[in-house]
Design a protein around this ligand. Structure first.
Ligand code: FAD
Ligand code: SIN
Length: 531
């Protein structure tokens, strides 16, 4: 199969790009691939909302820029922060034009929420299901566009480069070029090749590397692992963001999120002794940036010997709570918690990957014709810690920028027709799928136990040794058995785990989300760790 533009991922990043490109080039073919259903994305689960300077009487670009830089703890690329903050509101207007609805107050003005690290109210939201509404609007817009083909249940296994033509490709090869992808078509169970002139990775995050995560099953870091295997550049993987308040529900995965907007509206964190402990950790109390709140909770849990703390909403106005957070109210009720009477048990959960595929200001990766945007990319916006609700914004801004840049390239490119078919010789049906499931559980255990919120050198060393073993076992399985999504995801998660540990080992300091008790000081040299 051949397509002009190949988009891998149907979340906010991929769809923003696909819609714009298809409208600009009605005579060209745009193919969007997704590994399950089109709307099963991290995007769909976004709750709190999308940050943007909206109320210019109170807010300003400068304030949003400053808040982002403070959260990022010295590692944000200031130029990129300025781009995202200043271009963001235009992109929000576009999704409103597609039909996305954000809540308004009695006077018809957008009701702006607040979350940790924001100095002003600037979060547009749709109740507590903002992502679902945005995904709905994007997919609805897609229905009207004739030149976009949407392929569900197609699992991209690897990107194709000159390595597949038999050339030696190493980290120092200067002109690594992407020609398309190998895809496991889950309808036929065959691996097909799709050749494309431009390829966009919008494959989302990697929360599934951890035992407790807010991310759905699809978030296995596939794009990041594929680019690493293809010898492209990956950076800042040590900065995994743990959301402070996931609902504590043992045995349930993924964890249900209790949006930070609940704290923005007055929710208070308490420990098992009923103490509002955040005031002991930071002057901004419950609305300090996420890294600080998650670490404080982790410390309180260890100190008091509990597996969770509580979010107290009992003092909040019931009607307002139900109006803003209907989904959370219902979810809690469904497990016997009336949030007006009882406190909500919460604990931190892996939530967001601040690092990823290194891109420039146009979303270009280190591999030619390959772009990346959304959570799988590392644009420089988040630095060492992402400011709440900046992710949906970044995905739209960079979806747009990738579209602008690739539009200029497309007419100079042609297909590479010499790519061989996928080779299945020497592989057989897997005898025990359970081996894959068990290895994935082991990986999640290793990452949660040794590479979580608080790290030490010994823990990182242990993690690496254990990952090495999992890696060699899984590679042997990969070489000898027929490829399945489960096996590919395991392989990708092990690669992502390796990249997180490697980045953490290189970073001999504590900064933002990376906190190592053997290196508590911040280094004076600011650097991104590129792998
Ligand atoms: P996704 O939306 O995750 O889409 C990934 C796509 O890639 C999917 O279509 C998937 O099928 C496809 N894909 C992946 N691998 C493959 C493969 N191998 N082959 C084929 N297809 C593949 N951010 C905010 O700014 N505000 C919020 O309020 C907010 N709340 C959040 C709440 C939760 C519970 C979670 C989990 C995240 C939240 N975030 C929030 C973060 C934000 O939702 C994500 O960062 C963002 O939606 C990522 O969008 P994306 O387009 O990059 O990827
Ligand atoms: C939340 O609603 O708390 C999540 C917001 C985010 O991840 O940006």
């Amino acid at each position: 199969m051949q397509t002009d533009f190949l988009v891998i991922g149907s979340g906010i990043a991929g769809l923003t790009y696909a819609l714009k490109t298809a409208k600009q080039f009605p005579d060209k073919k745009i193919t969007v691939i997704t590994k399950t259903q089109a709307d099963e994305t991290n995007t769909k689960y976004a709750q709190g909302g999308i940050a943007g300077v909206w109320d210019e009487a109170k807010d300003s670009y400068d304030k949003h820029i400053e808040d982002t830089l403070i959260a990022g703890d010295g590692l944000c690329n200031e130029h990129i922060v300025e781009i995202v903050v200043k271009e963001g509101p235009e992109r929000i207007k576009e999704i409103i034009a597609y039909g996305a609805e954000f809540d308004k107050d009695d006077k018809g003005a957008y009701s702006l929420g607040k979350e940790g690290g924001h100095s002003e109210n600037r979060i547009l939201h749709h109740k507590d299901v903002t992502g679902k509404e945005m995904e709905r609007a994007l997919l609805n817009e897609l229905k009207n566009i004739k030149n976009i083909e949407l392929l569900n249940h197609c699992f991209v296994v690897d990107i194709i480069t000159q390595h597949h033509l038999g050339f030696l490709v190493t980290k120092s090869t200067l002109d690594i070029t992407c020609y398309g992808v190998y895809v496991l078509n889950l309808h036929t169970n065959h691996i097909e090749k799709i050749l494309a002139k431009i390829i966009l990775l919008a494959t989302g995050g990697c929360g599934q590397a951890y035992r407790t995560t807010t991310n759905p099953r699809i978030a296995t870091g596939d794009g990041i692992a594929m680019v690493y295997r293809a010898k492209g550049k990956i950076e800042n993987m040590e900065f995994i963001q743990f959301h402070p308040t996931a609902l504590y529900e043992p045995g349930i995965s993924p964890s249900f999120l209790i949006t930070e907007a609940v704290r923005g509206d007055g929710g208070i964190l308490r420990n098992k002794n009923n103490e509002a402990f955040m005031e002991r950790y930071d002057a901004r109390k419950d609305l300090a940036p996420r890294d600080i709140v998650a670490r404080a909770i982790d410390n309180e849990m260890k100190r008091t010997g509990t597996e969770h703390v509580y979010l107290d909403c009992r003092h909040m106005d019931k009607e307002k709570f139900i109006h803003h957070f209907p989904n959370i109210y219902e979810k809690c009720l469904s497990i016997g918690i009336d949030v007006m009477q009882q406190m909500i048990p919460v604990a931190p959960a892996a939530h967001y990957s601040c690092g990823g595929i290194k891109t420039d200001e146009w979303g270009r990766t280190s591999i030619k014709n390959l772009y990346a945007c959304g959570e799988c990319a590392s644009t420089g916006l988040h630095g060492a810690n992402r400011l709440a609700s900046n992710s949906l914004l970044e995905a739209m801004v960079f979806g747009h920028r990738c579209y602008l840049d690739s539009s200029e390239q497309i007419n100079t490119l042609s297909f590479e027709n010499r790519i061989p078919d996928w080779n299945v010789t020497g592989t057989s049906e897997p005898r025990e799928m359970i081996l894959i499931t068990q290895s994935q559980k082991e990986l999640q255990q290793i990452m949660s136990d040794y590479v979580g919120i608080v790290r030490t050198d010994v823990r990182l060393e242990r993690a690496m040794k254990r990952l090495d073993l999992l890696f060699s076992e899984t590679e042997a399985l990969y070489r000898s058995t027929k490829v399945s999504p489960q096996l590919c995801e395991l392989r990708n998660l092990i690669t992502v785990g390796y990249l997180i540990v490697k980045g953490a080992e290189f970073r001999k300091e504590s900064r933002g989300l990376h906190y190592n008790t053997d290196h508590l000081q911040k280094s004076e040299i600011l650097q991104n760790i590129i792998l």
